[in-house]
Write a protein that binds this ligand. Sequence first.
Ligand SMILES: [Zn+2]
Length: 483
Amino acid sequence: MVEYEPIIGMEVHVELQTRSKMFCGCEVAFGGEPNTRCCPVCLGLPGSLPVINERAVELMARAALALNCTIASQCVFHRKNYYYPDLPKNYQISQYDYPLGVNGWVEILAGGKSKKIAIRRVHMEEDTGKLLHVAGNKSYIDYNRSGVPLMEIVTQNPPPEGLDQIESAEEAREYLQRLRQILLYLGVSDVKMEEGSMRCEPNVSIRPKGQTEFGVKTEIKNLNSFRAVYLGVDYELKRQERVLREGGTIVQETRRWDDERGVTASMRSKEFEQEYRYFPDPDLVPLRFTNDWITKLKADLPELPIPKMKRFMSDYGISLSDAEVLCDTREMADFYESCAKLAKDPKAVANWLTGEFLRLLNATGTTVAETKLTPANIAALLDLLDSGTINRNTAKSVFEEMFTTGKTPSEIVKEKGLEQVTDTAEIEAVVNRVLAANSNEVRRYRSGEVKLKSWFVGQVMRETKGKANPALVNELLERNLEE
Ligand SMILES: [Zn+2]
């Protein structure tokens, strides 16, 4: 039987987080009253002239550099001509043969293994308006999104030597998640798939293993979550294989993902690039970037997620899975690093942050930036635990109290009298009291029901309000019960 291999290309659009649009001063924001954030420029009225948003160019160049692209020494805006109601100008300002950045890559971890997915280009364009189709065959148009700065990131298949391509639905999802994470680290976009500030259109084909030419590809639209990207690509790969095995042929087309039914369905056959009649926009000058400008942008790049994860693993001895959780966002990574630098045991810090801290953040809907916990307080808490001043259970409740009130751990311990009881005589007195009050259980224990021991531990801990040193309780119980 013929074995097939998938070829997956990703076209990702990202809206930038600028204050104003790409070529006019209208405000960029999600939602709001339709058609309240537009002007003659973004509505494409005759005689209006676009002006390039410098901040948008800077943010896109920053992203292109973080994606390891070479910044073009000259880049040009083209008109991409087509008619559609969401595009009142009848052309979209985009880039064609002189894009902003070329030949980059994004590192992903595919099953723990590092791969560098080749990026062909990163280019600048403007977003279109939004069509709203409602019942009764009516459609409404909202031009608030017209002209929002948009960045397009396209992968390269086959990849150049030394780089990789996306080879499965899992890798497609991982690529997208990494891309999103990098863009969040850079602060260039809020990258919300559900709000459409990040949109992904994968193209998928398969070919018999060993064949060098590509199979016919289909493009998938309407993927509004990472899960949908995974399911849509997976479905399309399986569908194409079934068609070929049954002796059919793949049609080059755009297919729409139906989230409810879990299938793709044909939308339209693919239009060809030539039909857009690209030409340089005569209203916009070409851009030239100086080396100084590029060097400065490069120097301003933050440490990116995967390099940061690797450094945390080697600097602090934490596991890959902990590093993944801690480096999920830049805020969490910075918070962890501040704690790890103050605490004696960075691995213990990792446990507390990936466990209790995340649990409390989720339960209260708090962000890392909003938390009242400070790195100094976390380090101090771990010291109290380490020195035996409090036990582990108490530490958990102190942690929660610190999270809620922002008080220092020693304040909380003092206020609530939570110091661990490590005085042997004091604990032994409680042990004796418990044994005397429960002579029945003592008899049963002595006649072989040894599992009753944990019940005794529970009684002693209750009597001491959970403050007794558990190791000592165990030891004393054993000694007294064996008598
Ligand atoms: Zn405008």
